[in-house]
Design a protein around this ligand. Structure first.
Ligand SMILES: Cc1ncc(COP(=O)(O)O)c(C=O)c1O
Length: 431
């Protein structure tokens, strides 16, 4: 694009969306913006190429995954939008293929676009099915920002000014194995919702034994167990569904983000027939105009076999990535408090939030995009795509080394500011 035709991207965002968002983008891109991408590499308007280990967990298959793009193009050529008065085979076949990976118990589905869509329908189903109002969630939980999803999201900042209109929810301490047994005694609990790995809280895997106990106690009280795997599922952290694989017998599992193959928005709530009873009886009870869109389902259908095919490679990549991250972090004990993660979802926890902020910018300067954690300002999140090549991984590690060194120099020069509310959310960010 010539300078005359180039849009004033930052000016538009500053004037019409948010000055803070425009500034954040400008700092990360050094005034350039994204124009193209392939696999784990993104090209900027100034010609630079960055490795993308961010994108808020959407690009598990990288950018422009070939079979997904082809399937979307074919659907686009045939019939992009469904009538919703007639059955659509692309949607039906996608549903069957998704459920075939979720175990025999989970045989019903509702399709949406965003993760929060899947959370909303799950909370409604649990309340309607049990006739009880209260939901149990976990400290630090992130389930989205629409009113229902926000009610189970544990963030003072995102909830500020809205507490009065959010439904009744109790957040449990992560290590309190007896919490569900205690809470269900009141007889008003519809469901427990958990993230097997809490991504936005700073990449915190929950203790499997504690969740197993919680699930058993919920079941004994006829309350449902909902596993939110919008970020960690689809083999990002190993299994297709972490809850099914761990034998927690979830009543519902939620998927999103990478489900559309990194090409189109797609989310799903899958569950037992018992959990889905209100929707089986009346499918109009919860609908969305674009839920189960044929283009998205074409993308989802094409992405599932690619995920299967790359899963083993992803396990090896994740193990190597985690090892190398830990090795690098060991050289900076004054900066890095902890490296946590599993598979292709890693969090690096810094001593101070300013260090994590500095790392986001220094990493981009050095050629690597990562995501912040929306509910933990000390932690940066790294989400390598399954398709990351050895050369891209090497470039990413080199960028990490460079950014750590730069952040170490900055931290040594600047006195520690008073950084309270370290676990409050970062500004901006789409998720
Ligand atoms: C575990 C989890 N649940 C739900 C959501 C909400 O998804 P969305 O932003 O697509 O609505 C997110 C987003 O980060 C998430 O990580």
């Amino acid at each position: 694009m010539s300078p005359a035709t180039e849009p004033d991207v930052y000016g538009i965002l500053r004037r019409h969306v948010s000055p803070g968002l425009a500034l954040g983008y400008k700092m990360v891109g050094h005034g350039a913006y994204e124009v193209a991408a392939n696999g784990a590499t993104v090209r900027l308007s100034d010609g630079r190429e960055l490795i993308d280990f961010g994108s808020y967990a959407v690009t598990l298959l990288g950018h422009r995954c070939g079979p997904v793009v082809d399937a979307v193009a074919a659907q686009l050529a045939a019939m992009p939008t469904g009538t919703r008065a007639l059955a659509n085979p692309t949607v039906a076949v996608f549903i069957e293929e998704l459920l075939s990976r979720c175990g025999a118990e989970l045989e019903r589905v509702w399709l949406g676009s965003d993760g929060a869509d899947a959370v909303e329908v799950a909370l409604k189903l649990a309340r309607r099915g049990t006739g009880r109002p209260r939901i149990l969630a976990v400290e630090g939980a992130f389930h989205g920002k629409t009113l229902g999803a926000l009610s189970v999201t544990d963030s003072t900042s995102f909830r500020a000014g809205l507490d009065g209109v959010l439904g009744p929810v109790t957040h449990l301490r992560r290590d309190d194995a007896g919490a569900v047994a205690r809470e269900v005694r009141a007889g008003d609990v519809a469901a427990l919702i958990v993230e097997p790995v809490q991504g936005e809280a700073g990449v915190r895997p929950l203790d499997a034994g504690v969740v197993r106990q919680w699930g058993a106690d919920a079941r004994a009280a006829a309350a449902f167990l909902i596993s939110d795997e919008i970020q960690a599922g689809l083999r990002r952290c190993g299994p297709f569904s972490m809850a099914v694989d761990a034998g927690w017998a979830p009543d519902a599992v939620l998927f999103g983000k990478a489900l559309g193959g990194g090409v189109l928005p797609l989310s799903a709530a899958v569950g037992t027939s018992d959990f889905f009873a209100p929707l089986v009886g009346d499918p109009t009870w919860h609908t969305a105009t674009f839920g189960g869109h044929p283009l998205s389902c074409a993308a989802g259908r094409a992405s599932l076999p690619v995920i299967d095919r790359l899963a083993e490679r992803a396990d090896e990549l994740g193990a190597r990535f985690g090892r190398e991250l830990r090795d690098l972090a060991r050289g900076y004990p004054a900066l890095v408090r902890e490296v946590r993660g599993q598979g292709l979802l890693w969090g690096v926890d810094f001593a101070r939030p300013a260090m994590a902020g500095s790392m986001l910018v220094e990493l981009a300067d050095a050629g690597l995009l990562v995501s912040p954690c929306l509910s933990s300002r000390r932690t940066i999140r790294l989400l390598p795509p399954m398709v990351t090549t050895p050369a891209e991984l090497e470039r990413a590690m080199e960028a990490f080394r460079t950014a750590l060194a730069a952040t170490g120099r900055i931290a040594a020069e600047e006195p520690a500011a008073d950084e309270t509310a370290a676990d409050e959310p970062v500004a901006g960010g789409p998720a």
